[in-house]
Design a protein around this ligand. Structure first.
Ligand code: HEC
Ligand code: HEC
Length: 276
């Protein structure tokens, strides 16, 4: 892209697009969201690593099985392999790590952040840092982040936060769940299996779901994800109140625990919606 054109595009974008992340209110700018064409994956070993990473993310059950402890794939939450703005995309992440995170009270490398999701969202265990799977995921994130300047958030990073209603209501959430979610995620939250045992629709609670230490177990995070992305292909159809009510319901259902969770937020910064 020609530099002047790029700068103009950014200027136009910044004029019209509100920042997608409330936490990023003090961040200077966001880079326009864009996913590279598959055809730009290079030939050769680096391209092979990128493709392995893409498989690890979209079919974690088969490509990193030993490190997964539940029924999910990364793309159960990072939709379409982390290529959807507002569904915690991987686009642009290469240049925003290392990043200080209050949960671990330390500066985390991208590998550490990826392993956080293995241990919490996937209720599994950390990938060895030099494993082909980790190198693959890093290569994939690197490829998705081409052109995004170091240190700059890509627009659509994380989830678009919504306003918390005064009182989220679990009982109302339970009936919204029955009407709008249970057809796919099942009345007992256990999801729906295909004949081969893999999931057609992933579990939201129970032994095969994300654990209590996962970001998705937090009310605000779950409500924001649901508002933008659920019911599947009908994102934006629930009101903010409904998204909060249903999130208040499913995030508080039984799910796996996380050993060592007492070591989170040791130096402060614990969010109000933390579960412990
Ligand atoms: C149950 C849902 C869920 C699953 C499954 C999941 N994640 Fe996440 N992930 C999250 C949430 C929630 C966040 C926090 C998003 C935010 O900061 O707003 C996150 C954040 C991340 C981030 C940092 C994003 C950023 O903007 O800083 C990375 C990298 C990541 N996940 C990688 C993975 C990988 C790799 C997998 C599969 C091994 C995975 N995640 C599986 C929910 C999930
Ligand atoms: C038409 C089927 C369908 C409906 C209805 C639906 N979902 Fe989902 N949901 C999915 C699928 C499929 C995924 C995984 C996305 C993927 O793999 O691409 C998902 C993922 C999720 C996830 C993250 C992954 C996990 O299992 O933790 C949450 C949370 C979620 N849905 C909540 C809801 C809520 C709340 C509702 C009701 C408001 C809802 N969904 C309605 C199909 C559905």
């Amino acid at each position: 892209m020609n530099r002047l054109f790029a700068l103009t595009a950014v200027a136009i974008f910044l004029a019209f697009a509100p920042l997608q992340r409330a936490e990023a209110a003090d961040a200077p700018q966001a880079w326009p969201f864009s996913v590279p064409a598959e055809s730009t994956i290079p030939a050769g070993p680096l391209g092979e690593a990128i493709k392995l990473g893409q498989k690890v993310v979209t079919d974690t059950q088969n490509h990193a099985k030993a490190y997964v402890g539940n029924g999910l794939n990364c793309s159960s939450c990072h939709l379409n392999g982390g290529t959807v703005a507002g569904a915690a995309p991987f686009v642009g992440l290469w240049g925003v790590f290392p990043e200080y995170r209050s949960r671990s009270a330390s500066v985390n490398a991208l590998q550490t952040r990826i392993n956080d999701c293995f241990e919490r969202s996937m209720n599994g265990k950390a990938l060895p840092e030099e494993s082909p799977e980790m190198i693959g995921v890093l290569s994939y994130v690197w490829w998705l982040s081409q052109g995004v300047p170091t240190g700059m958030d890509s627009a659509g990073r994380g989830f678009k936060e919504i306003l918390a209603p005064a009182t989220p209501d679990k009982a109302r959430g339970k009936s919204i769940y029955a009407q709008k979610c249970a057809s796919c995620h099942a009345a007992d939250g256990a999801g729906l299996n295909k004949p081969d045992g893999s999931y057609m629709f992933p579990p939201l609670w129970g032994s095969k779901a994300f654990n209590i230490g996962a970001g998705m177990a937090r009310l605000n995070t779950a409500a924001a994800f649901v508002k933008a992305n659920m019911p599947l292909a009908q994102g934006g159809t629930l009101s903010d109140q409904e998204a909060y009510d249903v999130a208040a319901f499913f995030t508080t259902q039984p799910r796996p625990d996380l050993a060592g969770k007492e070591n989170d937020w040791l130096k402060g910064g614990k969010p109000k919606d933390a579960r412990y």
